[in-house]
Design a protein around this ligand. Structure first.
Ligand code: MG
Ligand code: NI
Length: 472
């Protein structure tokens, strides 16, 4: 048995490793996406007062702290047995939408646009965001501005950019001021102009990526996401809907909290990251995806007119249930457009400046589950507390875990198409990484990022001898 190891994957958030197993004939027989380091947050929180959980859990990730804040606060509110003031629901929504914009912008512009603009076979030395800035300055500027748009909203609401302590159990810690609201609304037209330009660029160039679209984890799975009662997309609220690629509903209007009823968690030897599966279908048949592609597949509509027009064009082109994970990119852009409109809509609500923003209560239940859509997909936090409200046990299910099986199968699919013989061609290497980048895995959520390491790729013979090696 031979094995190609790619370590770590570049241009995804955090660190990981990909290995590709060859048989004696040099044919790809298996592929694994390894997540090899574990932060142990589920253990760190034991013994802490439950109300400290949101700010503690936000430290899991510098990329998506707001997602953890929201899922954690919702789990705490289950423990408290309270529902939060309506204005707090809206304000959290705005912060979550802003984070989706900034995180999607990071994924699309900074991490994936080098491949899309410069080509998957372009010289690796220039195939990065600086290369994009040289070749298409407007695209790069739009990317920087979209991130800033999202980050500034988070800052205006929370007071600081990373790990804001504004989202607390029971609601938010302080109401929105009219001045902050107006500052955010004033930059909405600029953000809309930039995402419209990017969508037009994507659609004008999509024919260049047909090969990648046909092989980048292009298979039907189940799709999962939070949906409002009326069929509109839900992010920080909503109930669960699960569909298959033929539109068959496996769950609808379902309370997402008792996840043990519908999800199985399987441990695989090569990764600390558990693979979840749809329990009814078992492992591995219960493979499903979450995140932008899955959300667009499960919803009837997004709920803002311009984004719904884009969603219709997307469905006209790709069908009602697009299967290729390459289309995560397109779905991400449509979601950015929707999130910007939705931010403006929520901030224009007449009650948005209400100053009753927080419910206060002691622990009233021994456990709680909080569910929210992170940029990458559904996020669950589950805590058990003792009679004093001290956390005894915690379980987190992150988007990258939901997508783990699909990512592994996607790497195998790409490797089968591009790996030939005992050499590692650069185009193959980049495509194996690129299929993972489609999912935008947030490895910060499941790994330690301990600084930059050089990219190392090894092709190992049956006796362990190095047949080929690439390092960046
Ligand atoms: Mg877990
Ligand atoms: Ni994260």
């Amino acid at each position: 048995m031979s094995e190609i190891i790619i370590d770590p994957v570049t241009r995804i958030e955090g660190h990981s490793r990909i290995s590709i197993q060859l048989d004696e004939q040099g044919q790809v027989v298996d592929a694994h996406f390894h997540v090899t380091q574990f932060r142990g947050f589920e253990r760190i929180c034991q013994g802490r007062p439950f109300h400290e959980m949101p700010s503690l859990m936000a430290r899991i990730c510098g990329i998506c702290p707001v997602s953890h804040l929201i899922a954690s606060a919702k789990a705490c509110e289950e423990v408290m047995a309270v529902s939060i003031p309506p204005v707090a629901v809206r304000l959290r929504r705005v912060m979550n939408l802003a984070q989706i914009v900034q995180s999607h912008a990071l994924s699309f512009f900074h991490l994936s646009s080098p491949d899309l603009l410069l080509g998957f076979d372009a010289d690796a030395a220039g195939r990065n965001f600086f290369g994009v800035a040289e070749a298409a300055p407007q695209l790069a500027l739009d990317g920087v501005a979209m991130r800033k748009f999202g980050q500034q909203i988070i800052e205006r609401l929370g007071g600081k950019r990373v790990h804001p302590g504004w989202i607390v159990p029971g609601g938010v810690s302080r109401p929105l001021a009219a001045e902050q609201r107006d500052e955010i609304l004033a930059v909405v037209p600029d953000a809309l102009e930039r995402i419209r330009r990017t969508l037009a660029w994507y659609k004008a160039n999509v024919a260049r990526w047909v090969d990648e679209a046909s092989t980048f984890a292009n298979f039907q799975t189940l799709y999962m996401g939070l949906v409002h009662e009326n069929g509109n997309i839900g992010y920080s609220d909503g109930d669960m809907r699960v569909v298959d690629g033929n539109g068959r509903l496996l769950a609808d209007h379902r309370d997402p909290r008792p996840y043990w009823d519908y999800l199985g968690e399987s441990v695989v030897p090569w990764s600390y990251l558990k693979s979840t599966y749809w329990k009814e279908f078992g492992y591995p048949d219960g493979i499903y995806r979450v995140g932008p592609l899955a959300r667009l597949n499960v919803v009837d509509r997004l709920g803002t007119p311009e984004a719904d027009d884009e969603l219709q064009l997307y469905r006209d082109r790709l069908g009602r249930y697009p299967a290729s994970s390459f289309y995560y990119h397109h779905a991400r852009l449509i979601e950015i457009l929707h999130c910007i409109h939705s931010i403006a809509e929520n901030l224009s609500d007449p009650g948005i400046l209400d100053d009753r923003v927080r419910a206060v209560a002691e622990p009233n239940r021994p456990e709680g589950v909080g569910v929210s859509e992170a940029p990458r997909g559904t996020l669950l936090h589950h805590y058990r507390v003792d009679e004093n409200g001290s956390v005894q046990w915690a379980n987190l299910i992150i988007a990258t875990g939901h997508n783990n099986m699909a990512m592994n199968r996607g790497v195998l699919e790409v490797a089968r198409k591009y790996v030939r013989g005992t050499q590692i061609p650069e185009g193959m290497l980049n495509r194996v990484e690129a299929v993972i980048r489609c999912f935008d895995p947030c490895l910060s959520c499941s790994t330690h990022a301990i600084g930059e390491m050089p990219l190392q790729v090894q092709l190992l013979g049956a006796d362990g001898q190095v047949l080929d090696e690439l390092a960046r």
